[in-house]
Design a protein around this ligand. Structure first.
Ligand SMILES: Cc1ncc(COP(=O)(O)O)c(C=O)c1O
Length: 436
């Protein structure tokens, strides 16, 4: 579901015409809908109400402070993977006590910071990490709350680069090894077992792999609860979204039409998982990222040139792979629409950015409405793994971001000033002109 669509000939976000935002704030520009963010969160929470879960938003998907504040106000916890992410959560008003800390490479400094902040749990991904955490906690004279991230070796049937729950992946501790790890670490005075966690992959479009993983892990969770008193099972994130052409808009109609097309809706997800999780009697945690923010954001870009070369047409826009890397990195599909419905004529074209890489494209050989220099386009479903994966490649500044709520629009990240792109760089001391 999302709050983007045509009102007459103009493409809008909630009560705002997106072209007015593009003219006011410039492009490339990310635009987020607060209502879509809230709707997805509350829809998921309602579907899982029998479990009363703690929804820990995975902020790697979109860590803009205004997005984090939106979820914090709804009562979300957060799933994070670095000190920087924890600092962001705190800056946005989120509570450390509702945060879980994942990731295979936590440094000592990160552990120290998270312990001092009082996070809810560390999701530990290896035995050396557990040993390090015990040492850091001992140095601080405290006890670290921990869970193992179990790798259940279940195929999520998603893109190879976002599959995380098989033994070919670097994540978690193999299922068979987990009981011995709990037994060994239970002897430490500086570790306290709090839960068990898993995350098998991202953009899963059916409930079956989730159910298979929960079926496999639930008996282990039950045994760990009996033996070590763990209080939660986290089933991770991974709920997929619709990237392919927009479904009917309007909330109720959207979800009905999604369900009839086999989309993994919160209701379907809950139907598969609640009966497996409820009997455990454990607190349930979830770590959705993409599901909450993916359809809640678009990337707006301006057509700089239309170039015809032989039989090909290239629409060259001012956004590039440094702004949205998903098509180049994952061959991902994003729906592309003009902000004004002008021409009924359709042209087969590649929409490409200005970066000097052949992989810098947003679509190839797609039939799109004919556009001209100066027109604006929107790439839909760009709210997850979009702005957060931005880079300064080709010395391009990071894009601006806007949050819309009804008829209001606020700039929630200023476009990076160009001089900031190289602000941290220095000449070497032996080079002419270097500061002494
Ligand atoms: C541990 C963990 N939890 C949650 C997520 C969020 O996944 P998604 O955005 O697919 O919901 C990820 C994504 O990589 C992750 O690694």
């Amino acid at each position: 579901m999302h709050d983007f669509g045509y009102r007459g000939a103009r493409f809008g976000c909630e009560g705002v015409a997106v072209e007015t935002l593009a003219r006011r704030f410039g492009t490339p520009l990310y635009v987020y809908s607060r209502h879509t963010l809230e709707h997805h969160f509350t829809r998921l929470r309602a579907a899982l109400a029998p479990l009363d879960p703690l929804i820990c938003y995975a902020l790697k998907a979109n860590s803009n402070l205004a997005v984090l504040r939106t979820f914090a106000e709804l009562g979300a916890g957060f799933d994070l993977v670095s000190e920087g992410e924890l600092r962001r959560v705190r800056a946005a008003g989120g509570e450390a006590g509702r945060c879980v800390f994942a990731g295979v490479g936590k440094t000592e400094a990160e552990m120290r910071f998270a312990l001092r902040q009082g996070i809810y749990c560390f999701n530990v991904e290896s035995e050396p990490e557990l040993e390090r955490l015990a040492r850091v906690a001992a140095d601080l004279g405290t006890v670290a709350p921990v869970a193992v991230r179990v790798n259940p070796n279940v195929d999520a049937h998603t893109h190879a680069k976002i599959t995380t729950g098989t033994y070919a992946n670097k994540f978690g501790i193999p299922f068979e090894a987990v009981p011995a790890v709990y037994a060994r670490a239970a002897r430490s005075k500086h570790l306290r077992w709090r839960g068990l966690q898993m995350h098998i992959g991202s953009q899963l479009t059916t409930a079956a792999p989730f159910a298979a993983a929960v079926r496999k892990v639930a008996p282990l969770a039950r045994a760990l609860a009996e033996r070590y008193g763990i209080e939660f099972l986290s089933i991770g994130g991974g709920i997929g979204i619709v990237y392919q052409p927009a479904l009917a808009s309007g909330s109720a109609r959207w979800w009905r039409s999604a369900a009839s097309r086999g989309v993994l809706t919160p209701a379907r997800y809950a139907e598969a998982l609640v009966p497996l999780l409820k009997p455990l009697g454990l607190r349930v945690l979830l770590e959705p990222g993409r599901f909450l923010v993916g359809n809640a954001g678009i990337l707006v870009t301006r057509v700089e040139y239309v170039k015809r070369a032989g039989r090909k047409t290239f629409v060259i826009v001012d956004a590039a792979m440094n702004d949205l890397i998903r098509p180049a990195f994952y061959d991902a599909y994003h729906e592309i629409v003009p902000l004004r419905k002008a021409s009924a004529r359709r042209v087969r074209c590649d929409v490409v950015g200005p970066i000097c890489e052949s992989g810098d494209y947003f679509c190839q050989g797609r039939l799109l409405p004919e556009v001209r220099q100066g027109d604006y386009l929107a790439l839909l479903s760009a709210g997850a793994y979009g702005a957060v994966m931005g880079s300064n490649y080709n010395s391009r500044p990071l894009a601006a971001e806007v949050l819309v709520a009804g008829r209001q629009a606020a700039l929630v990240r200023v476009r990076q000033p160009l001089a900031r792109v190289w602000a941290g760089e220095r000449l070497a001391s032996w080079q002419r002109g270097a500061a002494r």
